[in-house]
Every structure is written in C-alpha cells, then in structure tokens.
Design a protein around this ligand. Structure first.
Ligand SMILES: N[C@@H](CCC(=O)N[C@@H](CS)C(=O)NCC(=O)O)C(=O)O
Length: 199
C-alpha cells in the first residue's frame, strides 16, 4: 500500500501513528507530498487534492483519514483501535470527530495566515479559535474516555493537540485543561507519536 501524506498534516499523522501502532509499517510505503503545490500524482489518487490518501494493492485509493484508519484497523487483528460494534465504537468515533474538527479549524487558521493580508478575516480566525477551545473544554469534561487502552479517539486527540503545539503555539490549550494535558503527555509517548513528530 502507498500512503500519500505531508509531514505537517495532523490528519496524515493520525494514519501514520496507527500504521505504526498496528505494526503495519512493512506493508505501507509512505510518500511525502505537498498538497498545496497541487501535485498531479496526489490529484490522481484523491481528486479532492488532500492528504492523507491510501492506495491499496488493487489500485483503489481510500480517503479521508477516518476511512483509512478504519480500513487499517480491520486488515490486521489485535490490538483493535476501533471497536467493531457497541457503545464504545460510537464513543471512539465521536472522540475522533471532535479531534478531527479541532484539526480542521487549526488547519483553516494556518491557511488563512497564508492568504494576502487584505483577504484575511480576524473575526473568522477568532471564531475558529473559540471552537477549538470549546472542544478542548469538552475533552476535559470527558477526559476519562482518554484513559485506559489507547484507541483511535485518543490517537486523533493527540494528533490534534500536537498540531496546535506545532503550528498555533499561542493557543494556550493546557490552561484550565489539566486532564487533557495529562492524557496528551501519556499519548505523546507512544512510539508511533514519537516517530511522526510534525516538521
Ligand atoms: N477530512 C480530511 C481532511 C484532510 C485535510 O484537510 N488535509 C489537508 C492537510 S492537513 C490538505 O491536504 N489540504 C490541502 C487542501 O486543502 O487543498 C481527512 O480527514 O483526511
């Protein structure tokens, strides 16, 4: 399989962490691209022009990151990072959705800084940042879900927070969110997280 990714992308990092934690590294060739440079090879596999995209051995390309993660989780057995069914499955998917939403807002804030100054909207930036902080408040209330065996929700949260530290360090998300900060410290120590530090 070939995984198109960018080293700064939190969505791609989530997939790359899972690849490592599932022991699938020998089956996945990682191809680094810059999606903002519009590479033809990326457009060929993902018409949306976004990373991550995973090309399977039959040529089918999977996107976006939740789909890829679920696929990777099913092709090899234990440990499972997304329960097949039951209440816990929805809890993990919901946690992933919240984390992906933080990534979406964080990435949008960074893209905004790359637009010509006259086209930027401080109100819109503030709106994104408020949504990020509200979501982290929600994670703090539900931090118990981040304890116990690592699952896809926890990996997604760690990648989202890692992106904030990397690209938006002025967002002081640790303030008043001690349980999230503690969970993040533990998740960050995973070998897959250490091997995929953003650059
Ligand atoms: N929902 C997608 C989001 C992927 C995404 O937004 N990737 C960014 C990089 S972090 C990208 O490729 N952006 C290129 C663009 O928007 O043109 C997923 O979960 O995979």
């Amino acid at each position: 399989m070939q995984l198109y990714h960018a080293t700064a992308s939190p969505f791609a990092r989530k997939v790359r962490v899972l690849v490592r934690e599932k022991g699938l590294l020998d089956r996945v060739e990682e191809i680094t691209v810059n999606p903002l440079a519009d590479p033809a090879e990326l457009h060929f596999v993902n018409p949306l022009g976004k990373v991550p995209a995973l090309v399977l051995s039959d040529g089918t390309a999977l996107f976006d990151s939740p789909v890829i993660c679920e696929y990777l989780d099913t092709i090899s057995g234990s440990p499972r990072f997304l329960p097949k069914e039951g209440e816990k499955r929805w809890q993990v998917l919901r946690m992933q959705a919240l984390a992906d939403g933080i990534m979406d807002s964080g990435v949008a804030m960074i893209y905004e800084t790359r637009r010509p100054e006259a086209q930027r909207s401080p109100d819109w930036q503030q709106r994104r940042q408020s949504g990020i902080l509200r979501s982290i408040r929600k994670l703090e209330d539900e931090a118990i879900q981040l304890a116990g065996p690592v699952n896809l929700g926890g990996i997604a949260v760690a990648c989202a927070l890692g992106y904030l530290d990397f690209r938006l360090p002025h967002i002081d998300w640790r303030k008043d969110h001690v349980h999230v900060a503690t969970a993040y410290a533990a998740l960050s120590a995973l070998p897959g997280m250490q091997a995929t530090l953003p650059s």
